[in-house]
Ligand binder design. Sequence first.
Ligand SMILES: Nc1nc2c(ncn2[C@@H]2O[C@H](COP(=O)(O)OP(=O)(O)OP(=O)(O)O)[C@@H](O)[C@H]2O)c(=O)[nH]1
Length: 346
Amino acid sequence: MQQPIPVVIVAGFLGSGKTTLLNHLLGNGAGARVGVVVNDFGSIGIDAMSVAGQVDSMVELGNGCLCCAVDAGGMERMLSRLARPGADLDVIVVESSGLADPRVMIRLVLACSDPRLSYGGLVEVVDAAEFETSRARHPELEQHLRFADLVVLNKTDRVEQTELDRLHATVGELAGGTPVLPTSHGRVDPSLLFEARPRTERDDVPRQLSFDELLREDEHARGCDEHMHAQYQSVEFESDRPLDPRALMGFLDDRPPGVYRMKGFVYFGLPGHRHKFALHTVGNYLRFHRTRWESGESRRSQLVAIGTGIDPDSLRERLESCAVDEPGGDDGLIDNGMLSVLRFTH
Ligand SMILES: Nc1nc2c(ncn2[C@@H]2O[C@H](COP(=O)(O)OP(=O)(O)OP(=O)(O)O)[C@@H](O)[C@H]2O)c(=O)[nH]1
């Protein structure tokens, strides 16, 4: 019989770099056929749009956290669909939402009885620049490290070397001996992940909580209220009208309180700047990336804001006020506002 397809879970807090890592794997997999399950917390599938086109086979689950929106049967159906004969996948990567509980994700994969599938390990992505702030707010993030088979300490370019060394040690300690790989932009050698042995097979690594304990723990039965995502909300905004760059930058400089993460695509519609601009904010971090519109894709902006205590109406109102009928307006200024966007564009 053929070897079962390993199912690797990629988890990590909001904006830590999971999609970036996934895209790196897809682009550098040395010919490996990769199937993907993507899960967005918001109802607009920004992550799915960010990986589409590169992946051999994808299942998308939007509007809810995989760990609560899907039961074991649902997970098995999704994975079995990807593992269908003919798809000939080498690995399936499940990218969980930034608010999912990795323990639940592991349990869902382990509960699959399809012999074509096997659990391939948990990769926990940590944002080096935001970790200390995030774990102060969500101490459960420390626990998540303990279930990882590999911790990717991402965004090392955003911290000083001495701080990085300190973080590396702290994360390593919290992860209880699991390897910690410092990197930037998710540039992890794919062979590390596709060959990662699942935790069930590893007896040499000190653990604070055994795998059986993890499985026995019925924390999820206590309900979703105790998960991080119960505290979080997502607010979606879409517009067919172009957004004025100066107005949008004004909004981004003064983001509504409670917004931790924003992502999506922006259409400015200005001459020379008609690309699809991907927007990401994580904490104070702000970046645009130029991407391409698919052929036939309508030129529009789609944004998702994720955070706590956001007033959805006022957020949408403020974004709506950035939309214009005619890009560029007629103020006669040479700088049409794009300079401030381009300063944050990579
Ligand atoms: N400076 C820097 N930016 C990074 C790095 N890795 C990812 N980013 C950026 O961080 C932002 C968020 O990255 P994503 O890969 O979308 O993060 P994510 O974990 O998938 O986000 P959610 O799915 O919303 O939880 C994007 O702008 C990335 O380009 C890195 O190593 N360094």
